[in-house]
Design a protein around this ligand. Structure first.
Ligand code: CMP
Length: 139
């Protein structure tokens, strides 16, 4: 089915000028960018976005990192967009990511792993709504 998912190009990638290279991977896989904005999150905003991870040992480091430089928040649309996006990103830890995936090619570590993507339809909906209004979604 035609789906939408939420994607973040993380600070390690925006700093290295990899935004275009990463978007190309998504587009080449058949995903369409239907919303996009470059923003610099505060640590509190990053903390709210990642609140499901609040009890994890890496939470503070994750929030610091996500607020360390601009991100590009996007909504990607396509057939099975959630699974497709996850396939193109590769495993969370770049050491485990398949060849050709974004994380295999670009990620620096499990924390500074270049991209985030929603893991399920319910989280996609919540994450899209956290960053975008309905008027900003242009299919
Ligand atoms: P993401 O898909 O954005 O969702 C949560 C993030 O936490 C994850 O990608 C990683 O970047 C980060 N993360 C997961 N495990 C670790 C870890 N062991 N150390 C630091 N960051 C981590």
């Amino acid at each position: 089915a035609l789906e939408r998912t939420f994607s973040i190009i993380k600070p390690d990638a925006t700093k290295r000028n990899l935004t275009g290279a990463i978007v190309k991977k998504f587009e080449d896989a058949g995903l369409r960018v239907v919303a996009s904005k470059r923003i610099h999150l505060s640590k509190a905003q990053a903390g709210e976005f990642y609140k499901v991870h609040a009890e994890r040992p890496f939470y503070d480091e994750l929030c610091e990192f996500m607020a360390s430089a601009p991100i590009v928040a996007q909504v990607l649309e396509g057939e099975n967009a959630i699974a497709k996006n996850r396939e193109v990103m590769g495993a969370t830890n770049p050491a485990d990511a398949a060849a050709g995936t974004i994380r295999a090619e670009f990620a620096e570590s499990v924390g500074e792993n270049s991209v985030h993507g929603s893991d399920a339809p319910e989280t996609a909906k919540e994450e899209i709504a956290y960053f975008f209004s309905g008027l900003e979604l242009v299919g």
